[in-house]
Design a protein around this ligand. Structure first.
Ligand SMILES: C[S@@+](CC[C@H](N)C(=O)[O-])C[C@H]1O[C@@H](n2cnc3c(N)ncnc32)[C@H](O)[C@@H]1O
Length: 276
């Protein structure tokens, strides 16, 4: 490890950043296109430009700016997505939805699919790239988020239609074979417990109501109308929300065919409704 790099790692460590070694090494590698193994062994030129950029990165990280916003992009299902402060930085656990849908519908799927609450477009764009015969739509209430998603679709040559829409209000009944969503589901009551970098992401992308599941309740009510018969609704939930969602689905929406899928950490993070 280069001693110049160590100085910045210690800077982040002293300011409570939980994985400073990895963050600094990844930043140098991703920003300057240097293979990570070379960064780790110190086989690169610690130029003035690199130091300036690393200093700026560390100062912003110390203030709580998310890693993805500073770098300007993140990876999702192996593809690079541009992100800015108008969208949530896509998380690895959301790839559970992609994995599940690909397995469930198969590569030859030719139906219609909607990614509601698309944000940076990560789910819809990934699914249209993998399911090349599908007709894919993506929606969001935020026009600024849709701008980011459109930019990503262009960069990744994804054939996808974008629509500004509040939840699913603008779609007709029985429109889609598959609806996927990573909706806002954090409870406003949990706001004080969130890390400061999460609080730098847009509120509209985070909070789903006082408890967190209120948005999901509305979303599911509408999705059950908008999905086709024998269609599929696949949605992300908070790690501790499966019981509340199960009750809402059974008692309020009279849904029997709901089950949950675990993410890589073993948490029930994806709800699935197979419409009868
Ligand atoms: C948790 S983020 C998910 C973004 C992206 N799909 C992902 O997986 O990273 C939720 C998204 O829902 C959008 N949103 C919030 N309220 C909405 C509403 N009423 N109708 C549609 N989209 C909404 C936000 O703008 C945000 O982009």
């Amino acid at each position: 490890m280069k001693k110049e790099v160590l100085k910045y790692i210690n800077f982040l460590k002293d300011r409570g950043i939980s994985n400073p070694v990895l963050e600094v090494q990844r930043f140098i590698s991703e920003k300057f296109n240097i293979p990570l193994h070379k960064v780790i062994v110190g086989d690169f030129d610690f130029s003035e430009k690199l130091e300036e950029s690393l200093k700026d990165f560390c100062e912003k990280r110390a203030k709580g700016f998310p890693y993805g916003y500073i770098l300007g992009f993140t990876y999702f299902w192996g593809r690079r997505f541009f992100v800015n402060s108008h969208v949530l930085v896509p998380r690895p656990e959301t790839e559970t939805i992609v994995e599940f849908v690909l397995k469930k519908v198969g590569k030859g799927f030719k139906g219609t699919l909607l990614d509601c609450c698309t944000g940076s477009g990560n789910l819809g764009i990934t699914l249209v790239k993998e399911l090349v015969l599908a007709k894919v739509f993506a929606s969001d209430l935020s026009l600024n988020a849709l701008k980011v998603a459109k930019e990503n679709a262009k960069n990744l040559s994804a054939d996808i239609s974008f629509i500004q829409c509040d939840k699913l209000y603008c779609f007709k009944e029985k429109s889609f074979d598959v609806i996927v969503a990573n909706p806002p589901y954090v409870g406003i009551k949990e706001k004080n417990t969130l890390e400061k970098e999460v609080l730098n992401e847009p509120e509209i992308a985070l909070f789903g109501g006082e408890e967190g599941y209120e948005f999901l309740k509305d979303f599911l009510f509408q999705a059950l109308k908008v999905v086709k018969e024998k269609g599929l609704i696949v949605f992300e939930i908070g790690y501790n929300q499966s019981e509340s969602i199960k009750n809402i689905a059974k008692e309020l929406l009279k849904v029997q065919n709901l089950y949950f899928v675990k993410d890589l950490n073993g948490h029930l993070r994806v709800g699935v409704i197979e419409n009868a």
